[in-house]
Each structure stands twice: as structure tokens, then as C-alpha cells.
Design a protein around this ligand. Sequence first.
Ligand code: UDP
Ligand code: MG
Length: 316
Amino acid sequence: MTDNTSFSLSCVVPVYNEGPVIAQFLEALQERLQGITPDYEIIVVDDGSQDNTVQLVEGYCDGQHIKLLELSRNFGKETALTAGIDATDSDAVILIDADFQHPLDMISVFVDYWRQGYQMVYGIRQDRDNESYLKKKGAQLFYQIMHYSTGINVPAHAGDFRLMDRKVIEALKSMPERNRFMKGIYAWVGYKTIGLPFQVQDRMAGESGWGFAKLTSLALSGITAFTTLPLRIVGGLGLLISIISVFYAFFIIFRTLFLGTPLPGWPTVIVAITFIGGIQLLSLWVLGEYIAGIFNEVKQRPKYLIQRQIGFNKKQ
Ligand code: UDP
Ligand code: MG
């Protein structure tokens, strides 16, 4: 950490079709940051927006405090954050959404904790009342699976809204995986961490880019990237079924030989075949998820492609 008087602070803001709010957001954010340190920068990462977001942000790029990193297409929020993080070299980095759901008031609180020595300060969402039942339950199930299956504790209700010290940033940058499941990665790196509760605000305008399908896919890739529990469950299931069938075989042999009961015929056979067939397909799917994960990692493609950078010339 730096001395008490001066430190540099970066704010990484991923944006995807945030045209209706981005101008207002940048002004509000800039006002807050000015009050915290003169050496601040806002890195807006455009994640392939199709609306006027880029043009609006360009208008704010002053060659000093507000910078734009335009990705070549929509890579997803996690990758956009990675691109933004890679572009920073300040003492502390804050990640914040552009839709006003993360209260700007928390920024100075995060900074205070950081200056007290915390290397990672993250926000804990207080309520998810305005989210659908399915989304809430899904999130709950996901955290439970993560919690029970990985050694690491992924805090529930913790999002990307957080401040990280340079040390943490360097740790994140050293992790080569293409699958940027950030919640898991934050938890994995460790460091002196504290979670602070905050109230999620309503989305100011625009729409959440996270549909149910996208969230489910994120959860699946998160689970397969951080735990091999599903493979074990499938293995356990196979073992269980084998044991049951051995007992059942003995039972049939006993019944036929000693009690003289005739063999009951095809229904049992059909049930057994479809059951085992189902389990086998399920196992293949689980295996497939992991193979897909391996496939994506071994390709060693860049995590993101940058179309254009504005305002970075001074540092890079
Ligand atoms: N976002 C992004 N790429 C995407 C989807 C979203 O960069 O593919 C940005 C979005 O502009 C916003 C933040 O990520 O600043 C959070 O997105 P959103 O509000 O849609 O997610 P939620 O609040 O539902 O988690
Ligand atoms: Mg949002």
C-alpha cells in the first residue's frame, strides 16, 4: 500500500448496451472519485454494445480520467472485467456495474477499509427481493453446491462489486484460465478480505443482460471449473446401481431355485435397461462438460480481443 496522502484508484466499468444510463453514471461516478483521490481513472470496457453506448462514452474520454476499452464483440461481463483489470496499474481497483445497481456511496467505504489494510473489500447484496423466484432459488442452489464441494468458501450474495489491492490484481492476472469464473477466482486467491453489506438498487434503465439460460450456463461452467464433485456423484451412482443389481441377481436366483417362482418377464428388464441407459447418458453429459472445459482451455485463445483503446496512450 501507499502512504496516506496519495494513491491511484481505477474503476473498471463493464458496459453492454447501457446507452440509457451511461452518461449519467459516468458523471455521478466521476464526482465521487474526485472526492476520494485526484489520481483516479475510470476504465469503461465496452462489451460489444449494439446501441449508442460507445459514442456516448467517447464523448467523455478526456485523455486523462475516463478511458475506453472497446472489445471486438460481446464476450460476457466476466471477460470484460478481466480486460479492464488487465489494463490497470493503479494501487487499487474497483469493479462496478454501470446500471446504478451498485450504490456509489459504497466506494468511499471500500477505500476506507482498503486503507485500513484490507486487500479485498467486496459488497454483499442485502436482498434479492426484486429478482424472480427461479433466479433466487437457482443462485441459492449454486452457492450450496460450490460451498459443499470445493475446499474454498465462495461467499453467497457476493458479486463483482468490490475493491482489490494491486497484490490481488496481480494474482488475478497470473491465473491463466480462459474460463473466467470470477466469483470462484476471487475466493481462490484469498488475501485479507472483508465483505460489507449493501442494498441492491433497482436497475435505473435498460435491461439485465442476464437471462436464465445465460445464468445457468455460467453456473455450470463455474461448477465444472472449480469442482470435480459431479464426476464423483456419477461414479457413486454407478457403484450404487451395481451393488443393487448384484443383490437383485442373488434375489432372483434364490427365488427361482429355491421357491420355484417363475421369472416375471420383460417389465423388469425394460425398467432396468431404461434406468441404466438414463444414468449412462447423464454420466456422458457430466463427462462432456469437463471435456468441453478442457477443450476450451487447451485452445489457448486470447481471453478477449480489443477493437480500440481510447485514453491509454499515456501509460502504455
Ligand atoms: N454486462 C457486460 N456484458 C454482458 C452483460 C452485462 O459487460 O454480456 C455489464 C452491464 O452493462 C452492467 C454489468 O455488466 O454494467 C451488469 O449487468 P446486468 O445489470 O445485466 O447484470 P445483473 O445486474 O443482472 O447482474
Ligand atoms: Mg444490473
